[in-house]
Design a protein around this ligand. Structure first.
Ligand code: S3P
Length: 672
């Protein structure tokens, strides 16, 4: 998986045979963030093993370094030189938390108790997530905020050397808010108390206890806790070790994969078994999964075990809202298990999923629908209709740069009749950078899209090249022929537009030759169906990049490969017959008088509800014709062996019939 790539990396997963073996999954994300942050708060040094090397944690590491903390890697161990409570310095630059809500919110709590201003930013997804939930209590303690749109990143926070300790009851069950307040309270004179009516993951409390930054906890009748921290504790020098166990939220993916692929039997070592994280394992058990635990132990204050899962058919389940906090990140993968189970599953209390890395509730439902499943959202509940293992698949899932949506649907593809594609896998590096390798080592077929695409090979490979001036009817004819012969259709206009679209969506300048070249290299057939291809600004970008020789060369290659790999195709557009496919079975050059073409274009635009006067359509066409015949790169010329077809007095049905006759004649010659 490659997080550094600017362009989407679609991945495909295909039906796989039994998954077997022992695997390690990535270190726990929550505990990794906390080990760096709390490590910085002791006086002395913490040696951390098993740290998650995902992007989210690396961003927290960098932010701490910007606050003056030394963090270095010695082989597999990360060494944090703690500066003690109150020992941080003004950050050297903007703190970029990337994709991580945990990183952003915990670090905001940490810097709130310092008399300087810190600036926070994040990626597109993080910039949409609500920050008011931490801003409100931290403001009550005395910190001041300036936030984009009032409650999102980018924001600045100006802290105080002496915050006010408060008692705060969490309005939403969120370990991030609780942890932000514990970190602020750590450097606040007096006792800060957080009341959580519903218990949420308690890694911060456990690690604070382990490191001697004591907190006290009192259970509440509601099932939650009242947690108090006495700030600015007396500290002595210490050297200590932290072992980050494997992440149960990452283990969830191979475990559910084994739970849905018949015959599977896998073991994952050293998984964090904190009861506030293991809701999914409980629910899988209720669904009938054969899940067992061995080697149970405690490491650095956290329970840990090895988990074995043997395939057994799953049955539907109803999941009550009370269990949600202990599996809040696991609903995408639980929905996948439910899609493969027998019966209708219902999951309640999922409101918080709307403000995760994406609107996960919607993304799950949309993804399931795209894969031929039935799913509905009712209020905060998700209903998934199980298929008893007969998942259709074949969908292209929109991930919204959400790692868990990407991984969940790649898992679903392992038991689907048709392969499942996720539109972008890059976000996976935020939490589980070795996901693909881990899954592959168990026998899962998960690959970058291009390598796994299977082509349909028709009996008689046929390449038909259609060219001609604007509005001569190329596209309409090409589509009709493609339908008739069951051949794939490629129009050059869409290729350039697809490249233009990538640039536009990534906010890149189409005049930037290198960016255009990179975008051309990433060209993806699936983009051709994207309705955004028709956007005006995409069209403009397409026209700019189509004049770049390097881009044309890359796309030329793409077009040739398209015809070759599909073993036949209908292609239309500029220089198809002359340059792209000089050996096409049939080359057509469509013409029609200017008036006839203007008439057609005018009708077409009116049909799309676009009101334009005929004369201006005609003027545009005259301009296009002049540009097309004079242009330097790829001027409009017919191949010497092209068949010219004047369509002025013909309707599309006539043109089509004439061309079919021509093709049948060519086919007969070819077969002979
Ligand atoms: C986390 C808490 C949860 C969880 C997130 C990690 C943490 O978020 O979804 O992935 O490490 O504290 P909320 O606190 O927003 O529920």
């Amino acid at each position: 998986m490659h997080s550094h790539l600017t362009y989407a990396q679609p991945f495909v997963s295909e039906k796989s045979t039994a998954l077997t073996g022992n695997v390690q999954v990535a270190g726990d994300k929550s505990i990794s963030h906390r080990s760096l942050i709390l490590g910085s708060q002791i006086i002395g040094c913490v040696r951390i093993s098993g740290l998650l090397l995902g992007d989210d944690v690396m961003n927290t590491k960098k932010a701490l370094q910007q606050l003056g903390v030394s963090i270095i890697q010695e082989g597999d161990v990360w060494v944090v030189q703690g500066r003690g409570v109150g020992g941080l310095g003004e950050p050297s630059g903007v703190l970029d938390m990337g994709n991580s809500g945990t990183g952003a919110r915990l670090m905001m709590g940490l810097v709130a108790s310092y008399p300087f201003t810190s600036f926070f930013m994040g990626d597109e997804s993080l910039s949409k997530r609500p920050m008011q939930r931490v801003m409100t209590p931290l403001s009550q303690m005395g910190a001041q905020f300036q936030a984009h749109s009032g409650n999102t990143l980018p924001l600045s926070i100006t802290g105080l050397a002496s915050l006010m300790p408060i008692t705060y009851e969490l309005p939403v069950a969120s370990a991030q808010i609780k942890s932000a307040l514990l970190l602020a309270g750590l450097n606040t004179p007096g006792i800060t108390t957080i009341i959580e009516p519903i218990a949420t993951r308690d890694h911060t409390e456990r690690m604070m206890e382990y490191l001697g930054l004591g907190v006290t906890r009192t259970p509440l009748p509601t099932g939650g806790f009242s947690i108090s921290i006495t700030g600015q504790p007396p500290q002595t020098f210490q050297e200590t070790e932290l072992h980050v166990p494997a992440d149960p939220s990452s283990a969830a993916f191979p475990l559910v994969a084994a739970a849905i692929v018949p015959g599977s039997n896998i073991t994952i070592a050293n998984v964090c078994m904190n009861p506030l994280r293991t809701g999914l394992f409980t629910v899988l058990g209720r669904m009938g999964a054969d899940i067992s635990y061995s080697n149970q132990r405690t490491a650095c204050g956290e329970p840990v075990a090895d988990i074995t899962l043997r395939y057994r058919p799953l049955k539907a389940v109803e999941v009550e809202d009370a269990i949600a906090p202990s599996m809040i990140d696991e609903y995408p993968i639980l929905a996948v298990a439910a899609a493969c189970a027998d019966g209708i599953s219902i999951m309640h209390g999922l409101g918080e999923l709307r403000v995760k890395e994406s609107d996960r509730l919607q993304a799950i439902a949309d993804g399931l629908l795209a894969c031929g499943m039935k799913a509905e959202i009712q209020g905060d509940s998700l209903i998934v209709h199980g298929t008893s293992g007969a998942v259709i698949g074949g969908g292209r899932v929109v991930t919204h740069f959400d790692h868990r949506i990407a991984m969940a649907f790649l898992v679903l593809g392992l038991n689907a009749t048709k392969p499942i594609t996720v539109d972008d896998s890059r976000a996976i590096t935020t939490s589980f950078p070795t996901f693909t390798e881990c899954m592959q080592s168990l026998g899962a077929s998960i690959l970058p899209e291009r390598r796994s695409v299977r082509r349909i090979v028709p009996d008689h490979p046929l390449v038909i090249a259609i060219d001609g001036p604007a509005a001569s009817g190329k596209g309409t004819l090409a589509r009709k022929l493609a339908d008739h012969y069951g051949l794939p259709y490629l129009d050059t206009g869409s290729i350039y537009r697809a490249v233009g679209m990538r640039l536009v969506h990534n906010h890149l300048d189409p005049h930037d030759v290198n960016a255009a070249i990179e975008a051309a290299k990433q060209i993806d057939e699936h983009d051709f169906a994207n309705p955004q291809l028709r956007q005006e600004r995409v069209g403009q970008a397409a026209s700019i990049i189509s004049a770049i020789a390097e881009v044309r060369a890359i796309l030329l290659d793409f077009q040739r490969q398209f015809a070759a790999t599909h073993k036949g195709a209908i292609l239309d557009g500029r220089d198809i017959g002359t340059v792209v496919c000089p050996n096409a079975d049939l080359k057509l050059f469509l013409t029609a008088t200017l008036d006839a073409r203007a008439q057609r274009r005018h009708e077409q635009l009116q049909g799309q509800g676009i009101e334009v006067v005929f004369d201006s359509v005609k003027r545009d066409l005259i301009e296009r014709d002049t540009r097309d015949s004079k242009r330097h790169t790829a001027p409009l010329t017919a191949a010497s062996d092209a068949i010219h077809l004047d369509t002025t007095d013909l309707n599309i049905a006539d043109v089509f019939l004439q061309v079919v006759e021509l093709i049948e004649a060519r086919k007969a010659i070819k077969a002979a």
